[in-house]
Design a protein around this ligand. Structure first.
Ligand code: PEP
Ligand code: MG
Length: 548
C-alpha cells in the first residue's frame, strides 16, 4: 500500500480503480499557408463551433450543477469572442502566414502567461480558462474529439489538472472521485466537484505513471489521503465508512422534494444562508425552499473598493434568477465589528461590537446605502426578493429606512426601471431592544428574522468573537429562548411572519421547540436543510407540547 496526500476540496470516501486521465496533448505544428483570408475564415468557423459546443456544455451544467457553477461556460464563450484575443490570432495568421492552430496556440499561451503574472489571485486563476478555451479551438480546428474515460465501471480519475469543460464533459456515472496533482481550491473544477458531491483532492503528490493506471485505490476526502493498493484492514475500515456515508445520503435523498410539514400538519419554511453566488449550487442541491439570509457584506469584503450599483445588481440578479421564483432575502450591508473593509475607513473604536456597524453605517453614509438599495430593487424584477435590515434598535430607524426605500422607488419609476412594487421589507431581530419593542416594530415591517448570534452576544453581554468566553456563551440560555417566543408572538399578533437565521436555527436539538413556538421559517447552512426536514416530518407538535 502507498499513501499519498493532498488538499481535499470535498469530503467523502471513494473506493475503486484508478483511471489515469491524459489530455489529448495536442502537438500543434507550425505550417506555412498561402491564403491568410481563407485561414482566418477557417478560424472564425471553428470559433463559432467552439461557442456552440460551450453553449451545449452550459446547458448540461445548468441541469447537473446549477446555473451559478455553469456560468464558467458562458465566460468561456465570451473569452472566445474577446476582441483582443481575436485580433491577436488574426494578426499572427496575417503577419506570419501560418496555420490557425498555431496562431491560436500562440495566442492562448501569451494570454495565459499574462494572466498568470497578474497580482490578483482571481485573474491568475483565469490562465487555466484561457488555455482551456484555446485547446478547445485547436481541437475543433484539427477535427479532434474530447478525451474520454476508457472504462465501463465507475473509476477514480487521477489527472495532472482538469479544465472545467473536461470535468463537465466526463460521464458522471463513471466517476467516483477526482484526484489532481495541480489545480487550486478556488478553481471552477473544485467548485464543480463540490457541487457534484464527489470526493475530490487537489495538489496531490501522486505520480502520474502508467503503472498506477487501473490499480485499486481509496480516496478519503475527509483526511485528504489516497491509498493505492490498500491493505486489507484499511480497505475494511474505509468500506465501513463508505457504507455509513451512503446510508446517510440515501436517507436524506429520500427527503428531497418533500414538503416541510409535521405529522399534525404544521408547516415551516426551511431556507438557506449564503455569503456569495458560489453557494447557490449547494442551496439547490440541498433542496432549500429559498434563501433566508444572503449576507451581502461579503460582496463588500471581497472588493478593493465600494462595489458599484451595477456590480451588485448583477450579483443579486444572478441569485434571484437562479432561485427561479423562490424567496431570496437579501440582508443589507452588515459591516463593522468583526467584518472590516479598509476602504470604509471606519474609525478605530473601543467597543466595535457596540459601535458603528450595519444599519448605523448605512444611515450615516446614505450614498453607500442608496447604491445597494437601488441594486436590490432593480434585481427584484428578476425573481422574488425581500430586503432585510440588520441591527435594528428602534421604530424610528425603520421609518427612516422605509422613507429612503420609497424615495428610491420613485427615482427608479422616473428612470423607467422595473422592480417589485410590493417587495417585502423585514428586519433582523438581534438586539434586546428590538425584542422588547417587537410589537411596535411588527406594525411597520413584513417580517422578522432573528439573528441569534448577535442576540446572544448582546443579551448575555458576551463577545461572540472571544473564544475564551465560549463556556459562558449559551444560546440555549432561558433568556434567549424566552425572547424567541416573544418575537414570534409579536409578529403573529400583527399578521407578520417570523424566522431564525442565526446559527441556533440549525440546532437540531431545538427544532421541535421552534415548531412549538410557532416559527414560520428557519434559515440555516445548506447542509442542514434536509436534517431539519427529517425532524419536522417526524414531529407531532401537539404531542410534543403535551409532553413538556
Ligand atoms: C446573527 O447575528 O445571528 C446573524 C445571522 O448575523 P451575523 O452572524 O451575520 O451577524
Ligand atoms: Mg448579526
Amino acid at each position: 500500500m502507498v499513501v499519498y496526500s493532498g488538499k481535499s476540496v470535498f469530503g467523502g470516501i471513494a473506493i475503486g480503480h484508478i483511471s489515469l486521465y491524459k489530455k489529448d496533448q495536442q502537438q500543434v505544428k507550425r505550417n506555412k499557408i498561402e491564403d491568410a483570408e481563407a485561414e482566418i475564415a477557417r478560424y472564425h468557423a471553428a470559433k463559432e463551433e467552439a461557442i456552440s459546443q460551450l453553449q451545449a456544455l452550459y446547458e448540461k451544467a445548468v441541469k447537473e450543477v446549477g446555473e451559478a457553477s455553469a456560468e464558467i461556460f458562458e465566460a468561456h464563450q465570451m473569452m472566445l469572442d474577446d476582441e483582443d484575443y481575436i485580433d491577436s490570432v488574426e494578426n499572427i495568421i496575417n503577419t506570419q502566414m501560418v496555420n490557425a492552430e498555431f496562431a491560436v496556440a500562440q495566442t492562448g499561451d501569451n494570454f495565459a502567461e499574462m494572466f498568470a503574472n497578474m497580482d490578483d489571485e482571481y485573474f491568475r486563476g483565469r490562465a487555466a480558462d484561457i488555455k482551456d478555451v484555446s485547446e478547445r479551438l485547436i481541437t475543433v480546428l484539427s477535427g479532434g474529439g474530447a478525451a474520454e474515460i476508457a472504462s465501463d465501471e465507475a473509476v477514480i480519475i487521477v489527472a495532472d489538472d482538469l479544465a472545467p469543460s473536461e470535468t463537465v464533459q466526463l460521464d458522471k456515472d463513471k466517476i467516483l472521485s477526482f484526484v489532481t496533482v495541480h489545480g487550486s481550491a478556488n478553481s471552477h473544477t473544485a467548485i464543480l466537484a463540490k457541487t457534484m458531491s464527489i470526493p475530490a483532492m487537489i495538489g496531490t503528490d501522486i505520480p502520474l505513471d502508467d503503472e498506477i493506471d487501473g490499480k485499486l485505490a481509496i480516496v478519503d476526502g475527509f483526511e485528504g489521503k489516497v491509498y493505492v493498493d490498500p491493505d486489507e484492514d484499511v480497505l475494511e475500515d474505509k468500506t465501513k465508512l463508505l457504507n455509513e456515508e451512503n446510508e446517510k445520503k440515501a436517507l436524506l435523498e429520500q427527503l428531497k422534494g418533500k414538503e416541510n410539514i409535521t405529522l399534525d400538519g404544521q408547516k415551516i419554511n426551511i431556507y438557506a444562508n449564503i455569503g456569495n453566488t458560489k453557494d447557490l449550487a449547494l442551496v439547490l442541491k440541498n433542496d432549500a425552499g429559498g434563501i433566508g439570509l444572503f449576507r451581502s457584506e461579503f460582496i463588500y469584503l471581497g472588493s478593493e473598493d465600494y462595489p458599484t450599483e451595477e456590480e451588485q445588481f448583477s450579483i443579486y440578479k444572478t441569485v434571484a434568477e437562479t432561485m427561479a421564483g423562490k424567496k431570496v432575502i437579501i440582508r443589507t450591508l452588515d459591516i463593522g465589528a468583526d467584518k472590516q473593509a479598509d476602504y470604509f475607513k471606519l474609525p478605530a473604536e473601543e467597543n466595535p461590537a457596540l459601535g458603528l456597524r450595519a444599519i448605523r453605517i448605512c444611515l450615516t453614509r446614505p450614498e453607500v446605502f442608496r447604491a445597494q438599495l437601488r441594486a436590490i430593487l432593480r434585481a427584484s424584477a428578476y425573481g422574488k426578493i425581500s430586503i432585510m435590515f440588520p441591527m435594528i434598535i428602534s421604530v424610528d430607524e425603520v421609518i427612516e429606512i422605509k422613507k429612503i426605500v420609497e424615495g428610491i422607488k420613485a427615482e427608479l419609476d422616473g428612470e423607467g426601471f422595473a422592480y417589485d412594487k410590493n417587495i417585502e421589507l423585514g428586519i433582523m431581530i438581534e438586539t434586546p431592544a428590538s425584542v422588547i419593542i417587537a410589537e411596535d416594530l411588527a406594525k411597520e415591517v413584513d417580517f422578522f428574522s432573528i439573528g441569534t448570534n448577535d442576540l446572544t452576544q448582546y443579551t448575555l453581554a458576551i463577545d461572540r468573537q472571544n473564544q475564551s468566553l465560549d463556556r459562558f456563551y449559551d444560546p440555549h440560555h432561558p433568556a434567549i429562548l424566552k425572547m424567541l417566543k416573544m418575537v414570534v408572538d409579536a409578529a403573529h399578533k400583527y399578521g407578520k411572519w417570523a424566522g431564525i437565521c442565526g446559527e441556533l436555527g440549525a440546532d437540531l436539538t431545538l427544532t421541535k421547540e421552534f415548531l412549538a413556538m410557532g416559527f414560520d421559517e428557519l434559515s440555516v447552512s445548506p447542509g442542514r436543510v434536509l436534517p431539519i426536514r427529517k425532524i419536522v416530518l417526524e414531529t407531532d407538535v401537539k404531542e410534543y407540547k403535551g409532553q413538556k
